[in-house]
Design a protein around this ligand. Structure first.
Ligand code: GRF
Length: 214
């Protein structure tokens, strides 16, 4: 069986990348990471890739005059890898509409909130300030609108009394590491299809929701 070829894009620590690397290290997993791409030379994700023997590409966004030229280079590099799917894993760049449209249906992201709640940054602080009883994370297809796009899977975590943004982020991150490989597996197995604004998982409208107590 041929595996789905995946490029993972990171900007920072890459703990989600590590979860994907670990999943792909199982010979039975239906996807393989062909490249790890970063936009920052210090991204620790690059080191994780090297340790796993995965080819890396660095495209430093500070060397480009505008988003369009950076995204054009990104697109060229990603197409050269032969990747079927891009996984954004803490890739902290706003992407141009043209770039996103070129990969629509073939690019997913992990976001630390229960979308459509708390798009954008500082999600943990905003969940606490809003008095949310639950917070969590989402894997979704990427569309031109920021942190929108068909939702595949979410994990809910409780917001505990006395939580700080850091303590809540740490609880959410443990679940990110579960749902990102899960989403990738389903896609690689051909179990996810997009219809309009909705992702169907095994024919059922997403997102699949993983409860904290499950
Ligand atoms: C994660 O919280 C992810 O949801 C967000 O950026 C963070 C990246 O963490 N998009 P890491 O680099 O995977 O450790």
């Amino acid at each position: 069986m041929s595996k789905l070829k995946v490029a993972v894009a990171v900007s920072g620590g890459g703990s989600n990348l590590q979860a994907l690397i670990d999943a792909c290290s199982n010979p039975d997993f239906p996807a393989e990471i062909v490249t790890v791409l970063a936009n920052r030379p210090q991204a620790y994700g690059l080191e994780r890739a090297r340790q796993a023997g995965i080819p890396t590409v660095l495209i430093d966004h500070t060397e480009f005059d505008d988003r369009e030229s950076f995204d054009a280079e990104l697109d060229k590099a990603l197409r050269a890898t032969g990747a079927d799917l891009i996984c954004l894993a803490g890739f902290m760049r706003i992407l141009t509409d043209d770039f996103v449209r070129g990969w629509e249906g073939r690019m997913i992201n992990i976001h630390p909130s229960l979308l459509p709640k708390h798009r954008g940054l500082h999600t943990h602080q905003r969940a606490i300030e809003a008095g949310d009883a639950y917070h969590g994370c989402t894997v979704h297809y990427v569309c031109p609108e920021l942190d929108a796009g068909p939702l595949i899977i979410q994990a809910k975590v409780p917001v505990e009394p006395g939580d700080t943004p850091d303590s809540l982020a740490a609880r959410v991150l443990t679940r990110e590491h579960v749902i990102y490989p899960q989403a990738l597996q389903w896609i690689a197995e051909g179990r996810v299809e997009i219809t309009g604004d909705t992702a169907l998982v095994d024919g059922q409208p997403g997102p699949v929701i993983l409860d904290w107590d499950a």
